[in-house]
Design a protein. Sequence first.
Length: 763
Amino acid sequence: MNPCSKIILVLLIVLTSLCGCSSKADKKAAHIQKGNDYFEAEEYKKAELEFKNALQIDGTDISTLMKLGNTFMKLGQVKQAFSVFSTVEKKDPDNLDALGILAKFYFLNKNLSETQTRIDKILEKDPSNVDALFLKGRVLARRNQIDEARAIFEKILEIEDAHVGSLHAIAGIKAKEKKFDEAEALLQKAVVSAEDTTQPRIVLAQFYIVRKQLDKAEEQLNISAAEHPENAGHQILLGNFYLKTRNMEKAEAAYKKAVEIQPDKSRPMLILAGFYNLTGKKEQALDLYRNACAIDPDDMNTRMILARFLYKDGKKDEAEKELKKIMNKRPGLASARMLKSEILISRKEYQPALRLLSALEKDEPNSHRVQYFKGLCYIGLGDPNQAAASVYKAVELKPDYIKAKMLLSEIYFRQHSYELTVEQTTEALRFNPNLSRALLIRANAYIALKQFKDAENDYRQMIKLNPDNPTGYYRLAYLKSGMRQFDQADPLLEKAYSLNNNLLDVFTLRVRNAVAQKSFEKAHDLCTRQMQTFKDNDKLLAVIHTIKAKIYLAEKNMGSAESELKQAIDIFPDYLAPYSELAKIYLARKNVELAKEQYKIIISKNKKSASPHMLLAVLYEAEKDFDTAEDHYRKALDINPNYAAAANNLSYHLAARTDKLDEALALARKAKALYPEDPSIMDTLGFAYYKKGLYGNAIAQFLDSLEKIPDNPVVRYHLGLAYHGKGEKALAARELAKALELRDDFSGAAHAGVLLEEIKDKG
């Protein structure tokens, strides 16, 4: 190649390179310009796309990164914005704008040390930076360094005497010091200092609301609305004020005005719809929710509000149709998946709901609601331990989640874990001292713990909170009745009855107390009067006849009792309690076959009732018809897999009389999971371990059982067997001897005596 050719080739390469660079720079500039135009036009999604395109060409451009971060802020995509500004900080550690924004992020996230780090960097370079100084003052105030914070805010006012944030901050400090006139003057100055903005007047109105100067608050809100007639937000604030002060007519008018001002925006419509929903005007609410969706059919958040309204209003099918539309567009939307799981739970489709929630948990690991609803699924699936674990996690994630604390307390109560019940209800009451449900559950737990005075205090607090609710009077009367303090129980029951004479619990306790005091005539008279109250309700009349039968039984008048029960069956054959009571009478007469017949009638009338199978199983077991007993235990468990008594009894039967030891152990463990504090279940589990040759485990269960029932000879006998199996003869002899001292006729007593003699002979 000759020298001229070489020169031409080099020139071509250079020119091509320059053209390429020029082309990239032009493209980048074009994307940035388009992004700026879209941003100005408030088309932020389009602006985002343009700025991203520019950054694909040059990912190091700090200015474009800042624009993208600000765009994310406008879109409400806080995580993405934080990520972008953090990138700017890494690339340009002295970028004051990025440092200021990140400082605000960290402050809002309550990370004061990271906030302070960035503030210090800004003030080092710009000591008079008002935004950084203001944030520094807020950090000091958050740390309760009030005097230092005040000094910072005053310094800002020296730099910028109309700085609204500092005027508000000092006003807040003055208000805490109860210098309300000075606080008001500062807030009024803020209004004058920022006539072009609306926030200062709204803050002043809020100050008046807190001070209960409602006329002044209303005046400020009306001025604000009049000054900005084109702004629907002011009408919404006015509506909120009227709603809070219970002026529903004016609230509705303000919300309607907001819709008139912005008929093409969904927010005012959604707020008016929410108002109608709150005030029971469901159809008007539904129309507005649908209209709001029509404004922007692609706004899935508005569609979610409609879907949840439909679900709460009992229109589950329509709610699911909306959810389908939403999830077709945004399959990963967490709120949609959450609502779908709630609908499944409401339909008792617990397994699909649990699968959905478990998948959602991976995307939302810190969602307290996911854990709460997982707990509901586990309750529905009969797994109280997993339910407790999930709901406990919900409480950990959100310590003020009262709904979860209440559910957890109910789970613990059902498991007989009364100390834990008290702990959770006490926590709930710390957040809301007026929570009657928490007082009720805690009081019931106190009774189980025999802390009767504490229970009484809670019941009395219930009465104080809701004097027209019969529950508190009834529960306190129930406690007093159990303590045989009938003179205190009777007036409480009279009060509860006067509040609602249809409550069977109240009526039944009045009768029971009369019977306990041998006032049989009074008990019968109560029944006669109640029959008049229930004269048009056959089922309730049957209930009263059944209660009369129990009075006769207390009088040892079995003939009259039997007659009342048969009358109850004639009046309402599908009421099952009389059959059970008849069975008891027949058992008392040693007529087991007639008793069985009653339980079989109950089964024929209610195939989903587990208890008659359980009772039949006990009768057959007493007759040593173990195969039939086992069959009925299994049927009881088929109907109710969480029937702890059936699981316990079947476990003992299998361990004692069959080689199905693995199943026996599984059933005992299940019963223990359902009732971890029940000593009889501990004994059964221990016996299953013993039969499996797991003597250490067995001994642990028997010892736990004896802590609760130390004078039970059967448990001591079983403990002796376990010690003997383990080779600890002295301990075995001690327990066997104790068992026989307590009673010498318990089941297994003969074997205990023989084994004790063997140990002594070999000792």
